[in-house]
Design a protein. Structure first.
Length: 447
């Protein structure tokens, strides 16, 4: 007997409710794991007229930023992250005028220090592969790249403690940076906020060795934020000097054996001036990066997970879970170390086990200072407003989206598609939606 693998898909397509199901999935952009809600929703005009009523089941997107979990939602997240970063660099946004392009702006990369030699693949200018410390020439897809050459000698405890404190180290770095800038302006550190403002957006990117790098767009404003000129003494050169000084910040933590460990940044430090080069000319000069290229990098990092370990997309709840994950030996050792340290009373405050699947990194993928640019919340609210405007146009109602009353009373019924056939069809719907020519312009129209 032969099994017809396409039969469940044909059944779904020929079912009576297919058109309705398809439009619900389409509305989520083809989300891989939509949240199904049941209830009631309505749009009501200011004079009380009922404009639109919806009852029954609707789908909302899962909102996961990882490509391995949901291609549709990760695509949307990347677009929003790009928008958020770009707005802070180029301006032309409600909260950020285009004059910010005249403020000192740099793109900074802070790395993790070394915790032991790892397999690496470096290439010469002419494209020759340089032998690794193990003497082999690794292929780009070699799963050993990033893994410890000598697992016995690699400082896994140190690496995990570093990663668990990376967010705090960043915080210390920002305080030191403000102080270093204040000194250069001749004011006490605590008065920095009266003369200038430091704005930034940073993202965490996992390296193949399992440790994060931080990439940050850093901008100097006047005390009122992006609309305000920074003081004359704060040039790009001054910012560069202050960054170099602040990058020396360290943090003391205790190892499990009671010895003190000093946590700091790696020696590789990259500072680039951000240029306003047009989007078409994105070839960056030495020590410079264009706004377009930078925002593009961010969008690329946005959907990446922790690297070669797609299995650990959700929190690990038990040792049993851990034992059954598909991991490289190096990543497994990191996660096991996180789990072990998480069980020690002295690290209880770090809540490490909750972050084992993130290799001990406890922060958010993207963080930004208050006045950098817009927020994800504002971007989503704007998209929501745009949707309502679109619905009002379709209904022929000449009303401002801000005037109508939106009633939403929905409860979660279930999460995810019913079967693999639905999942595959949703994926195809999402793929198609993302490649429609109107898609990109429509998103940009959301500004
Ligand atoms: Zn989704
Ligand atoms: Zn090697």
């Amino acid at each position: 007997m032969t099994v017809d693998v396409d039969q469940p898909i044909r059944d779904r397509i020929t079912a009576l409710d297919f058109q309705r199901w398809r439009s619900k999935v389409y509305a989520t952009g083809g989300c891989a794991k939509p949240v199904k809600l049941a209830g009631y929703g309505a749009l009501i005009a200011p004079d009380g007229t009922l404009l639109q009523e919806r009852a029954g089941q609707i789908y909302t997107p899962c909102g996961n930023r990882r490509e391995t979990v949901c291609p549709a939602c990760s695509h949307r997240y990347a677009a929003d992250a790009f928008h958020l970063l770009r707005a802070g660099l180029s301006g032309g946004h409600k909260q950020v005028p285009t004059t910010v392009t005249g403020h000192p702006r740099v793109f900074l990369t802070l790395t993790a220090p070394s915790f032991g030699p790892v397999h690496s693949r470096r290439v010469t200018r002419t494209g020759r592969v340089i032998p690794c410390g193990c003497r082999e020439r690794h292929h780009a897809d070699d799963p050993r790249v990033g893994a410890a050459i000598d697992p016995e000698g690699y400082d896994y405890v140190g690496a995990v403690l570093w990663q668990a404190h990376a967010g705090k180290l960043w915080h210390r770095f920002v305080i030191a940076l403000r102080r270093a800038l204040a000194v250069r302006l001749g004011v006490p550190g605590r008065l920095f906020g009266h003369v200038a403002r430091l704005s930034y957006a940073k993202v965490a990117e996992y390296q193949r060795r399992g440790l994060v790098h931080f990439h940050a767009a850093i901008r100097l404003d006047g005390p009122d934020g992006p609309t305000d000129q920074p003081p004359a003494g704060l040039t790009s050169e001054v910012l560069r000097e202050a960054l170099l000084e602040a990058a020396g910040t360290t943090l003391g933590v205790c190892r499990p054996d009671g010895t003190e460990m000093e946590i700091g940044w790696g020696v590789q430090l990259d500072i680039r001036d951000i240029t306003t080069t047009a989007a078409e000319q994105i070839q960056d000069a030495d020590g410079e990066i264009s706004e377009a290229r930078l925002a593009g990098y961010i969008a690329k990092y946005a959907t990446k997970g922790t690297g070669k370990m797609e299995a650990a997309d959700r929190p690990i709840r038990s040792e049993y879970d851990l034992a059954h994950l598909e991991l490289t030996p190096h990543h497994r050792k990191i996660i096991e170390t996180v789990w072990e340290l998480g069980g020690l009373p002295e690290y209880a405050g770090l809540n490490l086990r909750k972050w084992a699947h993130m290799l001990g990194f406890r922060g958010h993928f993207l963080t930004k200072s208050q006045r950098y640019s817009t927020t994800f919340r504002a971007i989503r609210a704007e998209q929501h407003r745009f949707q309502i405007g679109h619905t009002l146009t379709e209904l022929g109602a000449d009303l401002d989206p801000d005037q109508v009353i939106v009633v939403n009373d929905w409860n979660v019924v279930s999460i995810g598609h019913r079967n693999h056939a639905e999942y595959e069809l949703a994926h195809a719907i999402g793929e198609r939606a993302r490649h429609l020519p109107g898609e990109k312009t429509r998103r940009e129209g959301h500004q």
